[in-house]
Design a binder for this molecule. Sequence first.
Ligand SMILES: Cc1cc2nc3c(=O)[nH]c(=O)nc-3n(C[C@H](O)[C@H](O)[C@H](O)COP(=O)(O)OP(=O)(O)OC[C@H]3O[C@@H](n4cnc5c(N)ncnc54)[C@H](O)[C@@H]3O)c2cc1C
Ligand code: SF4
Ligand code: SF4
Length: 1004
Amino acid sequence: MNAPLEHPVQLDPRFARAAAASALRAQLVAQCRGDVLFDTASRGRYSTDASVYQIFPIGVVVPRDADDVRTALAVAREQRVAVLPRGAGSSQCGQTVGEALVIDHSKFLNRVVAFDAEAMTATVQPGVVLDQLNAFLRPHGLWLPVDVSTSAQATIGGMAGNNSCGSRSIAYGNMVHNVLGIDAILADGSEIAFGPIGKMARTGRAGALVDGLAGIGARERDEIARVVPKVLRRVGGYNLDVFEPQSVRPYTADGSTNLAQLLVGSEGTLAYFAQITVQLARLPAHRTLGVVNFGSFRTAMESAQHIVELGPTAVELVDRTMLDLARANPAFRAVIERALIGEPDAILLVEFAGADAAEQLAQLGRLEELVGDLGLTGAVVRVTSPQAQKELWEVRKAGLNIMMSMKGDGKPVSFIEDCAVPLEHLAEYTERLTQVFRKHGTQGTWYAHASVGTLHVRPILDMRRGGAQKMRAIAEEASAMVREYKGAYSGEHGDGLCRGEWVAWQFGPRLNAAFAEVKALFDPDNRMNPGKIVAPPKMDDASLFRVAPGFRRIALQPSLDWSAWNVDRDPMTGVETAPGTGGDATGGLAKAVEMCNNNGHCRKFDAGTMCPSYRVTRDEQHSTRGRANTLRLVLSGQLDGADLAGEAVQAALDLCVSCKGCKRECPTGIDMAKLKIEALAARAARHGVSLGDRLTASLPRYAPWLSRMRWLPALRDRLPGAAWLAERFFGLSAKRALPRWQGNFLRAAPVAPAAPPAAGKEVLLFVDTFSNYFAHENARAARRVLEAAGYTVRTNARAGDRPLCCGRTFLAAGLVDDAKSEARRTLDALLPYLRRGVAIVGLEPSCVLGMRDEFLDYGFGADAQLLAEQTLLFEEFLVREKAAGRLALALRRLPETEALLHGHCHQKAFAAVKPVVEVLGWVPGLTTRLVESSCCGMAGAFGHEARHHAVSMAMGELSLLPAVRAASAATLVIADGFSCRHQIHDGTGREAQHAARILERALA
Ligand SMILES: Cc1cc2nc3c(=O)[nH]c(=O)nc-3n(C[C@H](O)[C@H](O)[C@H](O)COP(=O)(O)OP(=O)(O)OC[C@H]3O[C@@H](n4cnc5c(N)ncnc54)[C@H](O)[C@@H]3O)c2cc1C
Ligand code: SF4
Ligand code: SF4
């Protein structure tokens, strides 16, 4: 027998952790009704927020209700692990990143629990999103006025956790000024309703806590008065000044102490907020905006202190760099240019709001006078229409994101982005800090809250190369200035990992020790989000970075061309190196994925297209961000050796409908539809393609002969059991009818006369596979309209061969080589037309816009560029021709007077919906209403697949199908997409039509 070991073997802590995690998981699965996510990919998706940090959590629980939260806290207590509450995870300082059990309340805990219109209060669960709450309150003329830029995704729990502040804080204060009560669950399981101290229980755990806090508050009164910055925007540390208020705005009307406000800004370190009661404000009946144009940035900064004297609700800065970036962005150009006079160096957006419109106009007059007195007569642009104001605010809100769209490894990094200084020092502070940036070989763009001295600025740093050192050096110089000006180092975004170490610096050793006492009173075992506010790590501990030392990208050869992302960028000049020179071993694919900065905008759910799969599932995995993070972790070898063809990527991308919503709406331009092609291609190369997918993909190739035997596919819907068999063998949902074959339009279509057309009057009508075999009426209608307008119409028919095709069906199956060969064949055939300036005009948005988009990624160079420039959707072509004076269409009134239009996702992604509205507007007496819809859910073959049928219908039900059902029988339903029309039919029984058919019917 062996002798006993002298020293017991030490288990590798990773194994110990894994064992604990597995016990934790098992208990949570057994006891919670919500989702329990412990796989590496899920943990990876929760390892980051909008900061530069990354720490894998132990696991994630997505509670279905408050009982699940109680259970999660109890299980964590039993297993002795830390807990980290999380909302949208849009924090900029690493607050939501930690080795803990993450409790994500954003999916299920999103109910408004109580609402009192008279008292103007609401009690909400923590997962309610600000825009969701304000949409609920709008009919009552109320709102929660802490209007953060992330209002579309930020949860009230997270806003309370961070003490968030909006653009209008000068008028309404920060979250701390608007929270009345918090029902909290402590790490030990006690439940305490925090509110006015006088009304709180004074016995048991609550009593001990209240007495303890009151004792600290009384003891530290003088120190609080001495060290807490006297500015509105101070969100660092704990709000011990509820006992001795230092904010320029009172916390309570009568100066009494409300302990819920001490919890605000505690970043999940003290307790879990189960319900939050907020004070609401009346929505101002009128708003007006004056845009002050400044020739110099310094003058803008010097003027802010005078402008606030006029009592505006907001004064927001947009500097020259951001103005230039906004002008370069097609989505923002027109809006920003309307607000500018010449080439200003900076603008201030000055808003006045209230009940009296005349008074606000008078205020604008006073602004003009004041600006005139400052030597800038005529520098104010009045923006009085609500729509124009909304558009301008959207540009301002998108400011940071516009900036984040810069390519290369150097990125604007948030760590001193919200220092708050008194207004009289703003000009000097910004000038000096700009010099500090220069000294460190970088620069930053200034924008945001000039009204309260909190200007956002992010120096551009490459966290792989010297970023950490520069970060610390700049932080030290910035903090010295903040102290000199008696400002606050953290004026909006909180402490987290990046500013935690500055808490002691800001508040001194005595208050820092008091903060530790507060923490111990609530959470003696340090279980709630440890390492934030109290005992934080160093901000520049590179092992905590998303690009930690040793970060690499795995080498691979992508199927598409990503070289435009494979660049570097000079932080000072902004000059980019040539495509393909950025040193990315994945040819730019990884850099394209790394563009995602985790801001979480893809979690919005009420406007635009992005992201339909998140909207129906509310799962992080199925958001654009979740997908981008999965790909980033895979491409950097951080997911247990998983690769692009692996299960983690497949699971994350499975519900992506390739709508391209993110390509347009993601602020950094993440193009998940294109990324999905890479993943599908990798998977197809590894595992081959299923029979069903191959059948769908090859449709353009077998369609010519199958269209002659239309009875054959029709059997699938006629023979009993055939649909079931098709579902079994091809995965095609038996719940859907297949499209009905109509023969081959192009084979039967008349050939255009050989005689040369009138100058500029030749067009090639590209009849896609779907219009050609399933929707002749659209191709016919388009042809008739074009001919009625005097055009000679050629087509993509090929004598003795099958018609030309864009190859999209192949892409959807990952068969990139087949797609490329289809595309090359089409391009070669179209080149003679393109070279003589003929427009290629098509009907099906995904085919036509694919020729403008994916064709550019195949490496076809200038040929593809030429095609992209000359390929147009039918309505785009008509609008272009009309604007050029080449189109005269005589149209008559129709019996219908109303049309309901659903834009195909790709039309939305390419701003091609407006032309449809415009051409429908040419029909006398017809009014068109646009459905505010995301993807219809059909998305080509996606909705036909049995495993996606339910999700597909749920996407349709988000807004499109209810809107169609609500439309009167006399309303024309219009949808240019073949799939969209199919979905509308399946979901409502209504027949939607292509816009070409409406024009055809209206031809005089
Ligand atoms: C592009 C961009 C713009 C931004 N603009 C603004 C702005 O204008 N103003 C502003 O103030 N901030 C802004 N932020 C920061 C951030 O969006 C806000 O602080 C937001 O309110 C956080 O909400 P969230 O749901 O994402 O919270 P999360 O980031 O998920 O959580 C925030 C903190 O609250 C804690 N927490 C979450 N839920 C609970 C709970 N139930 N109980 C206890 N603690 C909890 C978390 O642990 C964490 O510490 C911006 C961020 C980005 C990326
Ligand atoms: S995918 Fe885009 S919108 Fe979503 S978090 Fe990333 S950058 Fe933001
Ligand atoms: S392409 Fe559409 S479904 Fe896919 S991630 Fe982007 S927005 Fe979401």
